[in-house]
Design a protein around this ligand. Structure first.
Ligand SMILES: [Zn+2]
Length: 423
């Protein structure tokens, strides 16, 4: 964590602003710019927490902020503590604490025992630029709160970032949702992360969501979610090109001399478009490249040297091969459209399910033609398994979609995400 102070800009500033807002301070607009209002809020936070009120987020202030970012505190039981009192002190609830500590007997707390206390705030923020680092911390925070979640790593990106997956449920009906194959389409990552949080919370509270019985889905299905297939690309788009990047010079060349990747870069960090890198009419995708002015690595549409040449696409394909998915959803933006077929290989039921998805989301059901329909993940899935596979293009406008569209997008897709697990 770098030191943040007046004048600092970045996604980390945005994250702190969102946190301050969430816990009752007023940092001004959540814009990633550490201005005077953010400084005031930091100073107030410091005063409230017995820190030197210098308005600078250095190691000491960060140490107090970090548990709040993770969403839980680690606490050592002292004489006289009860679950109820702890819950009150931390704005938590007895249910939250009991859930986060499955091996602790709430009626027999042991002095000196370490427990986790989730705060009364949600973990996943949906009003910020959602970087890999933020996602990683959110996954850690969710896993601590909801130990019944299975969290795993399906592989590594080119730059060694983890390709995380989270599994909801333990039933035999396996489905797979993934997001952010394309770097500019990172809004699909918080979409899936928020769904995980809401689903886990409803499971804990034994609540329904939109009339769907979450316990029932849990027993019936296993929902595997990989929220960020292309973390290196997302990082490049949101944090810019960093000096230490091993592809620094290449990336500038591949980006036609520009240092600004924030509105153009869809590919992974080697300039391969991951959703043109699967083994489904890959050769046609390759041959079509010159028609789009693509002659090698670049921001978009380069299919790579051969199918699954990239660690990210290979990890997703391997992950798929090792399981038995009845249905997959690949989340993209934008267009409010659902693509359901590939070379007429999808089974008839795929259209019926697609019509249901269309009805619950308000999105149009369509088929893709031309280069867009070759070598994508859902194309490969349909071709290999002849089972329902969908590309879902959320939101509308120009990529990257502004995070202000998040609530609408979540609202459009929540029932679809539930339905896909049981349909
Ligand atoms: Zn896309």
């Amino acid at each position: 964590m770098r030191v943040l102070r007046l004048g600092t800009k970045g996604t980390d500033v945005m994250e702190i602003q969102a946190l301050l807002r969430k816990i009752g301070y007023d940092p001004g607009p959540i814009d990633g710019i550490f201005g005077p209002q953010t400084q005031q809020a930091v100073m107030q936070f410091q005063r409230d927490n017995g820190l030197t009120p210098d308005g600078i987020i250095g190691p000491n202030t960060y140490r107090v902020l970090e548990p709040l970012l993770l969403g839980y505190a680690t606490y050592e039981i002292r004489p006289g503590d009860t679950m109820y009192n702890l819950a009150r002190r931390y704005y938590s609830s007895v249910l939250k604490i009991v859930t986060a500590n499955p091996t602790v007997n709430p009626y027999n707390l042991q002095i000196g025992q370490q427990i986790l206390i989730p705060y009364g705030i949600d973990v996943v923020d949906t009003n910020i630029d959602y970087t890999y680092e933020i996602m990683e911390r959110d996954i850690q925070g969710l896993k601590a709160r909801y130990p019944f979640l299975e969290v795993g790593i399906a592989g590594k990106s080119v730059l060694g970032k983890n390709l995380y997956y989270i599994r909801l449920g333990n039933g035999p009906n396996q489905v797979f949702y993934n997001g952010a194959h394309h770097a500019l389409e990172w809004i699909t990552s918080p979409l899936l992360m928020k769904f995980i949080e809401n689903f886990a919370k409803a499971y804990m509270e034994e609540r329904n969501i939109r009339g769907y019985d979450v316990r029932d889905i849990w027993d019936q299905s296993s929902i595997y979610i990989m929220p960020m297939v292309n973390p290196d690309g997302v990082d490049l788009v949101l944090n810019g090109l960093q000096r230490g990047n091993p592809f620094y010079e290449d990336l500038i060349r591949w980006n036609r001399g520009s240092l600004d990747f924030s509105e153009v870069w869809q590919a992974n960090i080697r300039g391969v478009d991951l959703n043109h890198n699967y083994d489904a009419l890959w050769q046609l995708s390759k041959e079509a490249e010159p028609l789009y002015g693509v002659y090698g690595p670049g921001p978009t549409r380069y299919s790579g040297p051969y199918p699954e040449s990239e660690p990210e696409s290979r990890a997703v394909a391997d992950f798929t091969r090792r399981r038995n998915f009845r249905l997959v959803l690949a989340y993209h933006s934008q267009g409010e459209v659902i693509y359901w077929n590939f070379q007429n290989l999808a089974p008839p039921v795929a259209r019926t399910i697609g019509e249901l998805f269309s009805r619950v989301s308000g999105y149009t059901l369509d088929e893709a033609y031309g280069i867009a329909s070759y070598a994508g993940y859902k194309d490969w899935f349909i071709q290999e398994y002849r089972r329902p596979g969908y590309t879902i293009e959320v939101g509308s406008g120009r990529n990257p979609l502004p995070i202000e569209q998040f609530d609408q997008i979540y609202n459009d897709n929540e029932e679809l995400l539930l339905l896909a697990a049981v349909v």
